[in-house]
Design a protein around this ligand. Structure first.
Ligand code: NAD
Ligand code: MG
Length: 391
C-alpha cells in the first residue's frame, strides 16, 4: 500500500491524482491532503478520501479547518503553515508525494520530499525553474525517485527511463499545443480577455498555468524543467507546436531513432505512471483512437515574435544563475496581475523582460541567493504592474 501526500489537493492536478488513487483502494491511499486557502473544498475532500492529516497553508484558517473536520465527524488531524507541511512530507505519514502546489510556494515541500527520499510525482514545475540544481541534488542525496508529471516530461521519462540510454540522447523535442491564441499576430493579442486566455483548447488546468500556456511561458518553463530533469542544455531542446496535443513529446537518440509517447490529453495517465512505475495501472483514461481523433498529427514552429515569453525563457536558461528564478517570479507577478485585470496580456512578456533586464543574472550558489533573487524580482515586477495599471 502506497501512502500518498497530495499537495495542492483542491487544484486540477490534485483532483486528477485523487481520482487515480480512488481507483486503486488496495494499492494507494491518500494520507495527507494539503491546500492553500480553500478550507471547505479541503474538508469535502477529507470526507471523500479520509486522510490522516489535512494541511491548510494559511495559518489564520487552522481553527476553521479543525472545527469543520470535527463537525463532519472526521478524525483527520488539522495542520497549518509551511513548516507543518514540510514536517509531514518529510516524515512517515507518506512515502509518495504528489507535488502539485502552483508556483514558487511549492518549493519548500517539494524540497522536503526530495531530501526525505520519497517517490516524488513532480507537477510543480516552478520549483525546478527556481531551484532546479538544488532540487535535483537533494533528490540524489536523499535517494528520491522523481517522476515528472508535466505531460511532456512524463512522456520523455517514459521514452528515456534509465541512465544507459541517456548517454545516447541527442535531442529532446517538447511539443506545445500553441494555446488558445495559436496563429494570431502579436498586435491582435493586445486586448484579449482573461476568459479567452484561460480557455485552453485541449487541457483543463488551473488559471495560472492556463495563462502560461496562452503566452507560451509554460513551454519556456518546461524547457528549463527539461534541462534539469534530463541534464540537457537548451541548444539540445527543440519546441514544436502540435495542435492535436496527442504526441506529448519526443526523444531523439544519436543512432537516428526518435521515440514519442502518445495519449489523450488527460493528466491521469501521467499520474498513474508516477504511482506505479515501472508497472502500469489503470488511470481512467481510455486508449488513443487516432482515427477518431481526426487521423492527423501536425507540427509547426513556435512564433517567437507573437509569443516572446518562450524566447525569454531560453535566454534565462542560457544566462543561468539567478536568471530562471527572476523569470519565474516576474512571470508569477505579471500573470497574477493579468488575472486580476490590472494589466493587459502583452504586459506579461513586457514585465518579465523588463525585470530580467533590471536584475542581471548572478551565480546562484545557495537557496538563500535564489530566494533573494525571487524576492527582488517580485518587488521589481510589482512596481512595473503598478506603473502599468495606473498609466
Ligand atoms: P490549480 O490552481 O488548479 O491548483 C493549485 C493548488 O495549489 C490548489 O490546491 C491550491 O490550494 C494550492 N496552493 C496554492 N497556493 C498554495 C500555497 N501557498 N500553499 C499550499 N498550497 C497552495 O493548479 P494546477 O493546474 O493543479 O497546477 C498545479 C501545478 O501543476 C502547477 O505548478 C502547474 O504548473 C503544474 N501542472 C499542471 C498541469 C495541469 O494539467 N493542471 C499540467 C502540468 C503541470
Ligand atoms: Mg506541460
Amino acid at each position: 500500500m502506497k501512502r500518498v501526500a497530495v499537495l495542492g489537493a483542491t487544484g486540477s492536478i490534485g483532483a486528477s491524482a485523487l481520482d487515480v488513487i480512488a481507483r486503486h483502494p488496495t494499492a494507494l491511499r491518500a494520507t495527507v491532503l494539503a491546500a492553500g486557502r480553500q478550507v471547505d473544498a479541503l474538508v469535502e475532500l477529507c470526507r471523500q478520501h479520509r486522510p490522516e492529516h489535512a494541511v491548510i497553508a494559511d495559518e489564520a484558517m487552522l481553527g476553521r479547518l479543525r472545527d469543520r473536520l470535527r463537525g463532519a465527524g472526521l478524525s483527520t488531524i488539522a495542520h497549518a503553515g509551511d513548516a507543518a507541511l514540510v514536517e509531514l512530507v518529510g516524515g512517515d505519514a507518506c512515502d509518495t508525494v504528489v507535488a502539485a502546489i502552483v508556483g514558487a510556494a511549492g518549493l519548500p515541500s517539494t524540497l522536503a520530499a526530495a531530501r526525505a527520499g520519497k517517490r516524488l510525482l513532480l507537477a510543480n514545475k516552478e520549483s525546478l525553474v527556481l531551484a532546479g540544481e538544488l532540487l535535483m541534488a537533494a533528490a540524489r542525496e536523499g535517494g528520491a525517485t522523481i517522476v515528472p508529471i508535466d505531460s511532456e516530461h512524463n512522456a520523455i521519462f517514459q521514452c528515456l527511463p534509465d541512465a544507459p540510454a541517456r548517454d545516447g540522447l541527442a535531442r529532446i523535442i517538447l511539443t506545445a499545443s500553441g494555446g488558445p491564441f495559436r496563429g494570431r499576430s502579436r498586435a491582435s493579442l493586445r486586448d484579449v480577455t482573461v476568459e479567452q486566455a484561460v480557455a485552453h483548447p485541449k487541457w483543463s488546468m488551473g488559471p495560472k498555468i492556463s495563462v502560461d500556456s496562452a503566452t507560451l511561458m509554460n513551454k519556456g518553463l518546461e524547457v528549463i524543467e527539461a534541462h534539469h530533469l534530463f541534464d540537457v542544455d537548451g541548444d539540445r531542446i527543440q519546441v514544436l507546436v502540435h495542435p492535436q496535443s496527442l504526441v506529448h513529446s519526443l526523444v531523439e537518440f544519436v543512432d537516428g531513432s526518435t521515440l514519442a509517447q502518445l495519449g489523450l490529453p488527460d493528466m491521469r495517465t501521467a499520474l498513474a505512471v508516477g504511482f506505479a512505475w515501472p508497472q502500469r495501472i489503470a488511470s481512467g483514461v481510455s486508449g488513443l483512437d487516432l482515427l477518431a481523433e481526426g487521423g492527423r498529427l501536425e507540427f509547426e514552429p513556435p512564433d517567437l515574435d507573437a509569443f516572446p515569453c518562450l524566447r525569454l525563457a531560453f535566454d534565462a536558461l542560457a544566462a543561468g544563475g539567478t536568471a530562471p528564478a527572476v523569470l519565474n517570479a516576474a512571470n508569477e507577478v505579471a500573470v497574477s496581475a493579468f488575472l486580476q485585470r490590472r494589466v493587459g496580456f502583452l504586459s506579461i512578456p513586457a514585465i518579465v523582460e523588463d525585470t530580467l533586464a533590471a536584475l542581471p543574472a548572478i551565480p546562484a550558489v545557495s537557496l538563500d541567493a535564489l530566494h533573494d533573487a525571487d524576492a527582488a524580482a517580485r518587488r521589481h515586477a510589482s512596481r512595473a504592474v503598478d506603473d502599468r495599471s495606473s498609466a
